[in-house]
Design a protein around this ligand. Structure first.
Ligand SMILES: [Ca+2]
Ligand SMILES: [Ca+2]
Length: 564
């Protein structure tokens, strides 16, 4: 049995037999890049999860399979330090690890603060950077603050509902993920001189040839990924890990999932940074700091434990279980009705009593739409991804949005969840206008002021520049639906983020106009609540999406009329 499994591993044919039943073999180093990826995908399949997932704030993580490796460095490795004792270590549980160091933008979104020396707001005065630092790794974050970041991320509603718990990786997890099957000094081999990672390349390692030195941190992902798809494990910024400092074996004899010493005054940092010679940026190098220290070459990346149990059907894209359908009291009288959660997708709806319908709390997301159409790709806009799980789905035309409503109606009916005679559809424009204004007659969804004071719009001052607008919720492209601001009725992103398709009241199977503007709307004319964008219903735009409502079927599309 073992022999057969190993043969399958070496042939890169993980898990063809017994998929989802028998756990794949752990990844035993040394292994090459093809096997690294095959192992990630086999474990993802086994767990019923995606091998790459995106958190609510857009932070991307990759699945790291369980495995075994030699931690530390061999005695003859150049530059070796005394605390790099070589020993075999097993990682017994799969986990997710950030593809990148946490960026300034991600940190600021969650913590409402950017402590980085190189933050954009300081760029002109202190560093004269003409580059956007929002995707630089965050810096000057203490270990304590990094832990707090993980705690707050785990507390976000979508993350909590999915049971996703974020934390710092253990030192052993970090090195196992960094090596990704390699036994060389670096995940990219034996030579390091500034071309492979952001280190001080003029002090070459493994060659006489000096290379480039950037002399500053770089946008995350500027250098190639390792075999697990992780960027900048070596160099760019040092990264905090969870462990207290101790001897190279972590102060314990544990060889399975070592956690480091139980006590200590310092915490370990790994990977080196841009200003260090490559000899000090090897996979095995260890360093340590007081957990209160904030250093300008020190950041972190997050790990995520895999929630217990399998995700519910189709929830793989979200990396976790869907929220339990609760508040399912639709049969109550209209005055007493509450929120609604679609049993098949986890999509949330808010009861809007003045309209007598439930309205989608958020624009429909990529992950939700992909439950119907798994291959749907919302693509890029000028190099920025529109395809995150929690970004609104775009590049869908009216017919596809209508199909999704019908698909959701059928699925929820089959699940026994829908109130009899109800179905999903897109809102009528009259309804859209009502929930955009929330009982007022204000000119804009955020009120009367110009420029916009809420929502993901492009401010007039930023027209054409395509960059974040300081002091507002402006993003380069669409943001995660939770990030686009809610109105007094508890609906997110009604104005801005993406245009929302409406249907024609005379026949819900026909398209109405698109409403509300989008991230690149920057004029009063386009963002006015009454403005109607009437394009061809067949077009697919990068900034056009939709939001669903749940309404009495006589007024709904997509088979609503045929309700029993
Ligand atoms: Ca790093
Ligand atoms: Ca919108």
């Amino acid at each position: 049995m073992k022999t057969v499994s190993m043969l399958m591993v070496s042939a890169g044919l993980w898990l063809r037999a017994g998929a989802g039943e028998v756990a794949p073999e752990p990844a035993v180093a040394p292994f090459g890049p093809e096997q690294a990826m095959a192992s990630q995908q086999a474990w993802a399949k086994h767990l019923g999860r995606d091998w790459q997932v995106t958190s609510a704030i857009g932070l991307k993580l990759a699945l790291i399979p369980p495995g075994r490796f030699m931690m530390g460095s061999p005695a003859d490795e150049a530059g070796r330090q005394a605390d790099e004792e070589l020993r075999e270590v097993s990682i017994s549980k799969p986990f997710y690890l950030g593809v990148f160091e946490v960026t300034q933008d991600e940190y600021e979104r969650l913590m409402k603060d950017n402590p980085s020396y190189r933050a954009a707001r300081l760029a002109r005065t202190k560093q004269n950077y003409d580059v956007d630092t929002s995707r630089f790794p965050v810096e000057r974050v203490s270990w304590l603050e990094a832990v707090e970041f993980c705690r707050r991320l785990s507390e976000l509603p979508g993350e909590k509902a999915a049971g996703r718990v974020y934390r710092l990786p253990t030192e052993a997890e970090w090195e196992y993920a960094c090596r990704a099957g390699t036994v060389t000094p670096f995940p990219f081999g034996t030579v390091s001189n500034g071309g492979q990672a952001n280190v001080h390349g003029r002090r070459p390692y493994g060659t006489d040839q000096p290379g480039p030195s950037l002399n500053r941190p770089a946008t995350v992902g500027s250098y190639p990924a390792n075999a697990f798809g992780l960027h900048d494990m070596i160099g760019n910024k040092w990264e905090w890990v969870a462990d207290h400092d101790g001897p190279g074996d972590g102060g314990t004899t544990a060889r399975v999932d070592p956690m480091g010493p139980e006590e200590g005054t310092e915490r370990v940092i790994r990977g080196g940074a841009w200003r260090y010679p490559p000899a000090f940026c090897r996979s095995a190098v260890r360093h340590r700091y007081d957990p209160r220290i904030k250093a300008y070459d020190l950041g972190f990346r997050v790990a995520m434990s895999i929630p217990e149990g399998k995700p519910a059907d189709g929830a793989a894209a979200a990396g976790g279980a869907k929220p339990a359908p609760e508040a399912r009291d639709q049969a109550a009288g209209p005055e007493d009705r509450k929120g609604w959660v679609s049993p098949t997708t986890g999509m949330e709806f808010v009861w809007i009593a003045p309209l007598g319908i439930w309205v989608g709390k958020y624009e429909t997301t990529n992950a939700e739409f992909r439950k119907m159409l798994p291959g749907h790709d919302s693509g890029l806009h000028e190099g920025h991804s529109l395809n995150g799980d929690r970004q609104p789905v775009v590049r869908v035309n009216f017919a596809q949005a209508r199909d999704f409503a019908a698909w959701l109606t059928a699925g929820d009916r089959e699940a026994g969840g829908l109130l009899e005679g109800h179905a999903y559809r897109m809102p009528f424009e009259r309804e859209w206008l009502a929930f955009a204004r929330c009982g007022t007659d204000a000119e804009f969804p955020w009120g009367a002021e110009w420029p916009p004071t809420a929502g993901n719009y492009r401010g007039a001052e930023a027209m054409g520049r395509g960059e974040r607008v300081p002091g507002r919720d402006g993003f380069v492209v669409s943001c995660d639906v939770e990030q686009s601001g809610s109105n007094p009725w508890g609906l997110y992103g009604v104005g801005g983020n993406v245009w929302e398709g409406c249907c024609w009241e005379g026949d819900p199977n026909e398209a109405g106009a698109w409403r509300g503007g989008s991230w690149d709307s920057g004029t009063p004319g386009l963002t006015r609540s009454t403005f109607r964008s009437v394009g061809s219903p067949g077009y697919k735009f990068p900034n056009y999406g939709f939001r669903l409502v749940l309404a009495p079927a006589a007024r709904a599309s997509g088979g609503g009329e045929s309700a029993e």
